[in-house]
Write a protein that binds this ligand. Structure first.
Ligand SMILES: CCCCCCCC(=O)SCCNC(=O)CCNC(=O)[C@H](O)C(C)(C)COP(=O)(O)OP(=O)(O)OC[C@H]1O[C@@H](n2cnc3c(N)ncnc32)[C@H](O)[C@@H]1OP(=O)(O)O
Length: 217
């Protein structure tokens, strides 16, 4: 399995820093993969829209200011990086909802010097688990996506091998959260990351997590 991944990675290095699919699936389902990240004609979802609450907008503006220091950069967020099954459309898991604000509403910023990826996140009503609160699986998803993207930007292509989460306080739908992750250490192919989710004002610690990513290629 790993050898075939490596061959694909050599052939499609750019796309495989973001998306990795098993060879067999690519063949049987007639997926096609571009040799570069095709962003032309795609919408960048990591930009403010009308559904963003004031807290999300304020945090976004603060991080955007930080990009002027050169230490932080905004990470664009397109709805796809591959061409999927014909007629089914192309959607990245977190961006698979047409309406703004109802699902994963988020943007990310990366600090290379600190190997740190921050996600500003506003969970929409489609992520409901307990009434009025975010589903634990959706919380795991945004943690893995944030820490995973941080690992990718720090080390190149990775896959998640282990994710440990402590859910400390429930997350109300519609609130603004700061998902903060960093690569703690790298041992050979193993990339250890930490992540926590706090309220926009840093008064509530909602979630803590540790993740292990394995470098590929
Ligand atoms: C922008 C992009 C954001 C991306 C975020 C989203 C990421 C994802 O969702 S990835 C999808 C979910 N993850 C998966 O499906 C992964 C499934 N698992 C696998 O494919 C493989 O097990 C994989 C690739 C992780 C590791 O396999 P392989 O490359 O053969 O590595 P392997 O030789 O077994 O292990 C390498 C090292 O990691 C260690 N290791 C592997 N898995 C684990 C684990 N679960 N726990 C602890 N250690 C582990 C091994 O012990 C070994 O350590 P050492 O080098 O010290 O001997």
């Amino acid at each position: 399995m790993l050898r075939s991944y490596s061959r694909l990675f050599q052939r499609y290095p750019t796309i495989f820093t973001l998306t990795r699919l098993p060879t067999a699936r690519l063949q049987t389902c007639h997926f096609s993969i571009s040799s570069t990240c095709p962003t032309e004609g795609l919408r960048d979802f990591g930009l403010p829209n009308a559904t963003w609450g004031p807290n999300l907008r304020n945090l976004y503006d603060k991080f955007l200011d930080l990009t002027n220091t050169g230490l932080w950069r905004r990470i664009p967020s397109h709805n796809t990086t591959v061409n999927h099954l014909e007629g089914i459309g192309k959607r990245m898991f977190l961006r698979n909802i047409d309406e703004d604000g109802v699902g994963f509403e988020y943007c990310m910023f990366y600090n290379k010097a600190e190997s740190r990826m921050v996600c500003l996140f506003q969970p929409g009503p489609y992520l409901e688990g307990p009434p009025g609160y975010a589903h634990g699986g959706s919380i795991a998803t945004i943690i893995d996506s944030t820490a995973g993207a941080g690992a990718v930007y720090t080390c190149g292509s990775v896959m998640t091998a282990n994710l440990n989460i402590n859910y400390l306080k429930p997350i109300p739908l519609g609130c603004t959260l700061l998902v903060d992750s960093y690569v703690e250490k790298i041992e050979g192919r193993k990339v250890y990351s930490r992540c926590h989710i706090q309220s926009h004002d840093a008064l509530i610690l909602h979630t803590e997590a540790m993740a292990l990513y394995i470098k590929l290629g």
